[in-house]
Ligand binder design. Structure first.
Ligand SMILES: [Mg+2]
Length: 433
């Protein structure tokens, strides 16, 4: 259905970027601009994907925590000598400051800038808050980084309204609850949604209806094709390709000869064909438990017993969340508050309490536990992955013992969940062996 004559692509923002920073937690309302009607019949069969990207996330968090910095060029990054810029506020970007730039260059370009160190744990905290909001709209949230995610809202439209309305609600909720702005791109595919979210930053909302994808992509420069490296871009430039439309007009065979198998994929993307699904990931980067003791632990055996209990709790949580971890970490805080961490990365991911316990005990040997009083022990697993696929593959192996053990552990887990932690414990915790 042709709806030309209406404003293209439903790009909603026309206000100058600076307005996004005014008015504290108030909403910078861009809704007065019209959005485009689309063919709802074709939309029904299409996926609805929203890409969300927080605006200048680190500096935005700093400004929110220190309101006196509002409107100032804030630059978050490493040290003066050899550090690089992690992220710059929009005010700083006007001076040519951008991420990955050496800090020294940023200081030269923006001598009156406010230079701040990276407070990663703070950003992670806010990120968790933001992702919780995303999850309140759909379970299908695929995190791309600390401040960026894809949401598949295809199934929730009946409940929450059309995708554009959902994106607006998410933006509003993020602003209300965190005081931060997020830009959104709404499209029938991940590829187009991600490009769209970047079109109108900050505080942007760009909607690309299914029947307008080609029209949206065609005039864009190919360097908007994310995931394409410098070398590929040079190859494309040599072929005379400047826009997505140029790319669609190159024969696929030629692209394959010059760019390998990626050539065909890029051709498809340029035509707006992308059927990659949103894969819900684990925002939790690690799963762990720790225990601070009422009395300092003095001997090694006692420490091992605590580790056994911690390993069991970690393993149960991992199985409940259906993840395995590749890296086992042991955290020890000595009585004088000195904190140390020992970690090892295994060759295969684990979720089994026995393996976690054994690994943590090996790490224990690299500490002074037994010789120095300990006030806290923690066990955690990181580099998490979902075992679904591995298990499916493994079912064809004759690995019965492992499967049987898995069945048993899951049964024990459900008893623990029902009757509490203390109902089942490894023998050593009940009586010394
Ligand atoms: Mg961002």
């Amino acid at each position: 259905m042709d709806v030309s004559g209406k404003m293209a692509f439903g790009v909603m923002g026309m206000l100058p970027p600076t307005s996004a920073c005014s008015g504290g937690f108030q909403r910078n309302d861009k809704r007065q601009n019209q959005t485009m009607k689309s063919d709802t019949k074709s939309e029904a069969r299409q996926k609805s994907i929203i890409h969300l990207d927080m605006d200048a996330f680190y500096p935005a968090v700093e400004v929110r925590d220190h309101p006196e910095l509002k409107g100032k060029p804030v630059i978050v990054g490493g040290g003066r000598e050899r550090g690089v810029v992690s992220s710059a506020s929009y005010e700083a970007r006007k001076f040519g400051v951008h991420s990955a730039q050496p800090m020294a260059t940023a200081m030269r370009l923006c001598p009156h800038g406010i230079f701040l160190p990276v407070r990663m744990s703070r950003y992670q905290e806010v990120s968790r808050q933001v992702f919780e909001i995303f999850h309140s709209f759909t379970p299908l949230v695929e995190p791309l980084s600390i401040d960026e995610a894809f949401l598949d809202v295809t199934g929730v439209e009946r409940l929450s309204g059309p995708p554009r309305e959902i994106a607006l609600k998410i933006k509003e909720k993020v602003l209300d609850e965190t005081g931060l702005t997020v830009s959104a791109g709404v499209a029938p595919s991940k590829f187009v949604a991600k490009i769209a979210s970047d079109m109108d930053k900050p505080d942007g909302l760009t909607v690309v209806p299914p029947d307008r994808v080609r029209e949206f992509l065609d005039p864009l420069p190919v360097d908007k094709m994310w995931g394409v490296g410098k070398v590929t871009q040079q190859v494309l430039a040599r072929l005379g390709v400047r826009t997505f439309q140029d790319l669609t007009q190159i024969p696929v065979g030629l692209l394959e000869r010059t760019l390998g198998k990626h050539g065909a994929a890029m051709h498809r993307l340029a035509m707006g064909i992308d059927d990659r699904v949103v894969e819900p990931g684990h925002e939790t980067k690690s799963i762990g438990h720790e225990e601070t003791f009422a009395r300092d632990i003095l001997d090694l055996e006692e420490a091992r017993k605590e580790i056994l209990s911690l390993a069991g709790r970690v393993a149960r949580r991992m199985r409940r969340e259906d993840v395995r971890g590749l890296t086992v970490s042991l955290k020890i805080k000595y009585a004088d508050f000195t904190l140390i961490t020992r970690a090892v990365t295994l060759t295969e991911p684990v979720d089994d309490s026995g393996e976690i316990y054994a690994t943590a005990c090996r790490l224990l040997e690299k500490t002074e536990v037994g010789r120095r009083p300990v006030r806290l022990i923690g066990v955690s697993l990181s580099q998490l992955s979902s075992p679904d696929k591995e298990t499916q593959l493994r079912l064809f192996d004759d690995d019965r013992a492992s499967l049987k053990r898995k069945g048993l552990t899951l049964a024990l887990d459900s008893i623990c969940d029902k009757f509490g932690e203390k109902s089942i414990q490894p023998a050593t915790l009940v009586s010394k062996t």
